[in-house]
Ligand binder design. Structure first.
Ligand code: NAD
Length: 355
């Protein structure tokens, strides 16, 4: 049985613990400075509680560590875990800067351990099917990818670390946009950005935003100094265009824009709703347009995606090698590069060229 430790017993820490349990990975110990939360977590998942990151990493009964803490701690804990000889499953975003990404990759190289990025959307049943279809060449040459994730009222913990730039590195772009950027580039195999343009806005304030439904509750009187909406475009060296449309909050009527990825190629297209049990394919037959619904057998897409991520981590630990298609440190760095270019473009008001 794979034995791991967990740093951070927050919202996603729980999701990881449940997925680990389902796939037969043992969480041996957890650390979180919120002692009470840790105790409850320890009882719920029958694991030990370590009083510090150092003591958790010093254990010789864990082979890997999940880093599931606020973004400003990712680099520090990922590097410490690798230096302690542990394999790492690092939540997204990889870090707060490209420099930190490079430091994490250097630590991985020095340790010889596995570093897996928490790009869980790659494991959604719909995304896995889409990747197969694209790899069979059914879409031809990919020309355009449109990736959308629009929430009406979905700012995580408004006023807390998510909305405090110094702790998160940014708003909806670095939070949920990173999933879309990674998935769009992964599915289309367009991994060489040439030009990036981005516009980031903050429409809502702590006064105009009403908490509706979100797993993280607001922090009264807290900071909100990040964007809640991003429109961005990227052109790959091959000429393929990618468009990103992301919102934590918007005045758009519900379901105006469908969440997911739309991929257009020279032979066909795919419309992929990540959490659905079907994807739609457009193609031509004797010159006439055809639409095909491809059903996907699943029970609960979100759980299945996390199970896939955990099976990949367990396999990575067992073989000391990441499964093909699992997010690597280089993938995390590439996403960070695009995120930084979008923020830089927004700052200066025009396109950024990659050199
Ligand atoms: N993959 C996904 O779909 C997904 C979803 C949500 C969050 N995330 C990512 O996971 C990370 C955590 O997000 P969350 O929603 O669980 O946030 P959260 O605020 O619910 O939980 C973070 C936890 O980290 C703990 N923590 C803070 N400082 C710590 C320290 N020094 N040592 C150990 N623990 C510490 C906090 O006490 C808290 O319990 C973030 O990087 C976020 O971007 C990923």
């Amino acid at each position: 049985m794979t034995s791991i430790g967990l740093i951070g017993a927050g919202m996603i820490g729980h999701v990881h613990a449940e997925a680990a349990k389902r796939v037969g990975t043992k969480i041996v110990s957890v650390h979180d400075p919120r002692q009470e939360r840790c105790e409850v977590f320890g009882d719920e998942f029958s694991c030990e509680v370590d009083g510090s990151v150092e003591s958790l990493l010093a254990r010789d009964d864990i082979e890997g560590v999940i880093v599931a803490v606020p973004n400003d701690l990712h680099a520090e804990f990922a590097i410490a875990s690798l230096k302690a000889g542990k394999h790492v499953l690092l939540e997204k975003p990889m870090a707060m800067s490209l420099r930190q990404c490079d430091e994490i990759i250097a630590a991985r190289e020095a340790s010889g351990k596995v570093l897996q990025m928490g790009f869980v959307c790659r494991f959604s049943p719909a995304a896995l099917r889409a990747k197969q279809i694209i790899e069979r060449g059914e879409l031809g040459e990919i020309q355009h990818v449109q990736a959308t994730l629009i929430r009406q009222r979905g700012i995580p913990g408004l006023g807390g670390w998510f909305t405090t730039k110094a702790r998160s590195g940014g708003g909806c772009l670095i939070d949920i946009g990173v999933h879309l950027i990674d998935l769009a580039m992964y599915l289309s195999s367009k991994q060489s950005p040439l030009r990036v343009y981005g516009k980031c806005t903050q429409t809502f304030t702590t006064e105009t935003y009403a908490y509706d439904e979100m797993w993280s509750t607001p922090v009264v009187g807290g900071t909100f100094d990040v964007e809640d909406r991003v429109r961005a475009s990227l052109t790959d060296v091959s000429g393929t265009t990618l468009a990103f449309n992301v919102a934590w909050a918007t005045h758009l009527p519900e379901k105006t824009l469908n969440d997911g990825i739309l991929i257009e190629g020279t032979l066909g297209s795919l419309v992929v709703d990540l959490w659905s049990d079907e994807i739609t394919r457009g193609y031509a037959s004797s010159g006439f347009p055809k639409t095909e619904s491809i059903s996907i057998s699943l029970t609960e897409a979100w759980d299945e995606a996390f199970d896939g991520e955990h099976r990949a981590f367990a396999n990575g630990i067992a073989t000391n090698q990441l499964d093909v298609g699992t997010g690597t440190g280089e993938d995390g760095r590439l996403v960070q590069q695009v995120v930084e270019a979008i923020y830089a473009s927004d700052n200066i008001g025009h396109e950024i060229a990659f050199t």
